[in-house]
Design a protein around this ligand. Structure first.
Ligand SMILES: *Cc1c(COP(=O)(O)O)cnc(C)c1O
Length: 465
């Protein structure tokens, strides 16, 4: 069971509380498995050096492997569907940098686009042609986007979109959903997914009561929970922000009608509907979940894929809303490196390839094959686990029964997951080191890659029992 109460130990250290003995045993067993099979000397040396100067040894918490044990992987290089750690171990990569690498690692055209851009200068803090081309291209593909502003991360995109919504509506509060992750902006860390969830942090110190009070939390796929909040806070709510497919508590698809009901409620209450498509944008369809499910939000947050592996975020929407932004409107938002030519070039090349090749058909086939293979494994071994998938994003929940709401993930056997993760890693299959993160298939994966992962999954599940 996941810890939901604060505990004495700093959860960032280990990701578990002392009371979670079974989880700790799972992690210890997992660490043994990895050490039996993989050499991790160089990674270990780097990790201990890092711990002296970087908090927890990492620049983003989940990378520390706290929830699964063992030494985090230090990556030397990646190519296509594979990456190699500094000790020379090879992995089939289903993390794909947590989503951005829809074309796999070091895709030649993307590398070439970055190289060409770098040769002309890496940053100007001035306008470039490539940012205009990219803005036009995104606006032509993503249904809700008439205008778009580039930023440097998904976190910045959601923070800016919410500020804009508040500026436009003149209202303070925002409705979010339990288990959704929108980056690490103060108001978003209440009941968030991703690392906040993995590490069992119930929120975060450093967030003011004011920020917490302006965040209202509803339950995904439970429209009544939204209605109740809207009724209780009439005229106070600026926006509803949602991951249209939950991707940071594992993958949880929206139930039929849920997104449309959000659209209707937002319209009735004259608040904005914001889709955080930082994962789903250009992932579940070229135009994201809004294209896939046919529901158009007022504002859309993008990131990950549109950076082609470089740091990027963006937010866009209807013209009359976006024109509230400085310098033509009063809502301030800015960035020294925003629209950076390297990031724009990598993103533009990536999106052009996505448009040119029939990538989404292939991704659907590979995703379906992985899902079917995992389900077959689960059935053959008589396990109660469950797989959720939307296109090329997928997760295996160590939960007995269907996972339709965030609350269903609370029963996840994180101890079994830790051992499973180690078994997979030791077989050269790299999924996210958390029971609550999505796995991603890229266009660089082959049918053979998928079959290898399915076979490793069978043996790993068998070993975990
Ligand atoms: C990753 C993510 C973010 C944050 O993006 P960063 O680039 O990590 O700041 C926001 N929203 C969603 C849905 C994400 O998956």
């Amino acid at each position: 069971m996941r810890e939901s109460e604060p505990n004495g130990e700093n959860p960032v250290d280990s990701g578990i509380s002392p009371s979670q003995e079974p989880v700790r045993r799972g992690i210890d067993a997992a660490t043994d498995v990895v050490h039996r099979i993989l050499t991790t000397k160089k990674s270990e040396r780097l990790f201990s050096r890092a711990a002296a100067t970087i908090p927890g040894g990492v620049n983003s918490p989940v990378r520390a492997f706290g929830a699964v044990g063992g030494c985090p992987v230090y990556v030397g290089r990646g190519k296509g569907s594979r990456l190699w750690d500094v000790d020379g171990n090879e992995y089939l990569d289903f993390v794909c940098s947590w989503g951005p690498l829809i074309l796999g690692h070091a895709r030649e055209e993307v590398v070439e686009a970055v190289r060409r851009a770098a040769e002309k200068g890496t940053s100007f803090g001035a306008n470039t042609e490539v940012e205009v081309e990219f803005a036009e291209l995104i606006a032509s593909i993503v249904p809700s986007v008439e205008m778009i502003r580039m930023v440097n991360s998904g976190t910045e995109a959601t923070m800016s979109a919410v500020r804009l919504a508040r500026g436009v509506t003149g209202r303070p509060k925002v409705v979010k959903f339990d288990g959704c992750y929108h980056g690490h902006g103060d108001g978003f860390l209440i009941k968030a997914g991703s690392g906040v969830l993995t590490l069992g942090i119930p929120g975060s110190p450093g967030i003011t009561e004011g920020a917490a009070a302006d965040t209202l939390v509803a339950s995904f796929n439970d429209i009544e929970s939204v209605r109740r909040l809207l009724d209780a806070h009439d005229q106070e709510i600026a926006a509803i922000i949602v991951e249209p497919v939950m991707g940071n508590a594992g993958v949880i698809p929206p139930e039929p009608g849920f997104l449309q009901q959000l659209r209707d409620l937002a319209d009735d209450g004259r608040m904005l509907l914001i889709f955080d498509e930082v994962i789903t944008g250009f992932r579940v369809a070229p135009g994201g979940a809004q294209e896939l499910y046919g529901v158009t939000p007022d504002l859309t947050c993008l990131g990950k894929i549109i950076g082609g592996g470089l740091p990027v975020g963006a937010f866009g929407g209807r013209r009359e809303i976006m024109e509230h932004l400085a310098p033509i409107g009063p809502v301030y938002q800015a960035g020294t490196l925003s629209g950076n030519p390297l990031a724009m070039s990598a993103g533009l090349e990536t999106v052009r390839i996505l448009q040119r090749d029939d990538v989404y058909t292939k991704l659907e086939e590979l995703g379906a094959r992985l899902e079917a293979g995992m389900n077959e494994n689960i059935k053959r071994l008589g396990l109660p686990y469950t797989v959720n998938r939307v296109g090329s994003m997928l997760s295996l929940f160590f939960v007995d029964g269907a996972v339709r709401r965030f609350s269903d993930t609370a029963a996840a056997d994180t101890s079994a997951f830790a051992r499973y993760f180690a078994e997979m890693l030791s077989r050269g299959i790299y999924f996210a080191p958390s029971a609550f993160e999505a796995g991603f298939v890229s266009a660089a994966h082959s049918v053979e890659d998928i079959d290898r992962a399915v076979e490793a999954c069978f043996k790993s599940l068998q070993a975990v029992g």
